[in-house]
Design a binder for this molecule. Sequence first.
Ligand SMILES: Cc1ncc(COP(=O)(O)O)c(C=O)c1O
Length: 360
Amino acid sequence: MTAKNPTAALASADFRSDTVTRPSAAMRAAIAAAEVADDVLDGDPTVGRLEAVGAAFLGKPAALFVPSGTMANQLAVGVWTQPGEEVILEERAHILSFESGALGALHGCQSRTLPGDGGAMDLDLVAAAIRPDFIHCPNTGLVAVEQTHMSSGGRVIPEAYLAELGALCREHDLPLHMDGARLAHAAVATGRPAADFTRHVDSVSLCLSKGLGAPVGSLVAGDEDFIERARFLRKRFGGWMRQSGILAAAGLMALEENVERLAEDHALARAVAATLDAHASLSAPPASIETNLVLCDVTPTPAAADAAALAERLGEHGVRVMALSPNTLRFVTHLDVAPLHNEQLRMALEAILGPPETTS
Ligand SMILES: Cc1ncc(COP(=O)(O)O)c(C=O)c1O
């Protein structure tokens, strides 16, 4: 288990995203030492190792290394769908809201969105949303699910739910894709192997450059046939890379050394929530925190008219945080924040809002 980045103590308290981590000295050394070759012409040996380790981690026969989580998800959409088809997904899914309209722009697909509880769509609603074989209707091409679910604050989608969703999809001969950007967090939070979640889905993506601390890269995994088609689309999307072993070396270290330590991020997220929740104008119940994301409801005060205003005031105290909506702040814990940054947050809030009025 790798310790927190030694440089974390020197950085500002950057809670905006788990994408902000900088590679540790050990990771930079692994990058420098990576054995490489032209991945297109000959296959890069380090990329090959990462794809093998990644496939095993994800419980799938094969995996493909790609530049980003967005590309990983969109390769899956491209493999599974035809233009004019419909993708069923939760209404706040990353694939829908934060991938620049790729469903329509790249694949000619439309979305069928459903409400979810912590990202889990009601199974009766999913069943009802699957289109009949009728000439006037689009075909349903794909169902997608997000693990953990970012917009609900990193909630874990339970394996039992995935088993039922997977069975429903198989009954209708529909592929099921998991946006597993933070699947490793779900595995650590539940103490279950990632493969327990992925055995119910046909394809899965995993981000190496978020909580796992690599500077670049994601994996997409599935069976050999899926990967062969994804490889073709990766070339079409311009995502084919050459001596990418220098990136894969970081990804390997991320997978081999930075998974178990996510438990520290989850504990810190609960501590951050407690710091926030102690203030009457802020609500982030620590008991609701499952992984590394904290969504905090902000009630307007004379000191901060809305979430953006509070984010700006915190920034003046060296605490960086994202306003997701006028009344929601997002705090994300990762390799480059430590308990001392929670202390910095506590002092900043006290300076802005006054001493905590409640205890949680
Ligand atoms: C749930 C989820 N899926 C996919 C992505 C896309 O990852 P990338 O930024 O590498 O494209 C993100 C990024 O924040 C995410 O949070």
